[in-house]
Ligand binder design. Structure first.
Ligand SMILES: NC(=O)c1ccc[n+]([C@@H]2O[C@H](COP(=O)([O-])OP(=O)(O)OC[C@H]3O[C@@H](n4cnc5c(N)ncnc54)[C@H](O)[C@@H]3O)[C@@H](O)[C@H]2O)c1
Length: 333
């Protein structure tokens, strides 16, 4: 455990999952805002080296550990005004083989954070939920007040359960919460998802690309820059009153078929692969629990002055460029 060096006057916030993809981008922006950020991560889904960018940053500190360890999470939350709770098992696809990993990774982690908040008197939580809580919504773009919420993946079910518990802790213990329902988040640093899958497959064989599903899945992708800006917009000016939790969609203005994701990645890599399709699960999805059509209504966040800078295609392009560059960098060292 690293020692927290109390920065005089700087408000302290905790980022769980702080070594992860979105956690690092978020922490960087919070540090730039002059806040003291304490990250916590068990490195179950992140590489230790990714945190090197925070070496020597005076208003950043880090605790290595599992948020489900009550002593460690309470230590991290000591004197915090806010917790950004990102620590999770984000691998939607593993739900079919290992459903319980989503209960322990997404629900138990959230209960542990809420209990530590209660013990330490922390009253504000910003939670990274997901578009998958909407299930196979028949209203697209899907607004925050769409219902009933009937997820079709274990991941979505666990995240919806976590949202419900956060809301009930708010009502019971005068906490307040923002529940961010993200589209597919991509960008530099991304470690999972379709862009990563395609780049890895094309690096192994540039002539062929196996696409999960029937190729007609059409989804919205949001750049991590826009994602973090959306979170900060809410954090700085649109948190609800104590006692309440409010959902906010974060996505881009458009959606694209998975074949366009493949075309974009292939173009960036300068290859022309032949596509094959696995056929797919219900509705042409790539796996059981995959939602084949997803785009979020982001009017609520637009009303706060936020606006996504990237289209889905540009966000994928930026991610693929980074992944290709990163691969070169890794092989050179
Ligand atoms: N990336 C997306 O497309 C997307 C979409 C919707 C929601 N989200 C949510 O956003 C959050 C961040 O996602 P990400 O893409 O950065 O994933 P990520 O895997 O890069 O980050 C999650 C981090 O949490 C850490 N972690 C997991 N379990 C932990 C535990 N018990 N204790 C401490 N640390 C733990 C991991 O080591 C990892 O660094 C997650 O809650 C995810 O469910 C992501």
């Amino acid at each position: 455990m690293s020692e927290y060096d109390k920065a005089e006057g700087a408000a302290k916030v905790c980022v769980t999952g702080g070594a992860g993809f979105i956690g690092r981008h978020l922490s960087r922006v919070l540090v730039e805002r002059g806040l003291h950020v304490i990250g916590i991560d068990d490195f179950s889904g992140a590489d230790r080296r990714a945190l090197m960018e925070f070496d020597g940053v005076p208003n950043y500190s880090f605790v290595e550990g599992d948020v489900r360890d009550p002593e460690i999470i309470r230590y991290a939350l000591e004197d915090c005004r806010t917790v950004f709770h990102l620590a999770a098992n984000p691998e939607v696809r593993v739900g079919e083989q290992d459903p319980v990993s989503h209960v322990t990774g997404n629900l138990d982690t959230t209960v542990a954070v809420l209990e530590a908040m209660r013990a330490e008197g922390v009253k504000e939580i910003l939670f990274t939920s997901t578009s998958t809580v909407y299930g196979e919504a028949d209203q697209i773009p899907t607004p925050e007040d769409f219902g009933p919420l009937l997820p079709v993946s274990i991941y979505g079910g666990a995240k919806l359960g976590a949202e419900a518990l956060i809301s009930s802790y708010c009502g019971t213990f005068d906490m307040r919460a923002a529940l961010f329902r993200f589209a597919n988040v991509v960008g530099p640093g991304s470690g999972h998802g379709v862009t990563v899958d395609f780049v890895r497959k094309l690096q192994a064989d540039p002539k062929r690309l196996e696409i999960l599903g029937d190729g007609r899945q059409t989804k919205s992708y949001v750049h991590v820059h826009d994602t973090v800006e959306g979170m900060i917009t809410v954090f700085e000016g649109a948190m609800p009153e104590p006692g309440y939790a409010t959902p906010y969609n974060i996505g881009s203005h458009d959606w694209i078929p998975v074949t366009e994701v493949a075309d974009t990645v292939a173009e960036v890599m300068g290859v022309k692969p032949e596509y094959s399709f696995t056929g797919g699960a219900r509705g042409g999805g790539g796996w059981k629990g995959d939602v084949p059509r997803m785009m979020l209504d982001v009017k609520k966040l637009l009303g706060l002055g936020w606006s996504p800078a990237y289209t889905s295609r540009d966000a994928i392009k930026d991610t693929a460029r980074w992944l290709v560059g990163e691969e070169k960098a890794t092989t050179e060292t």
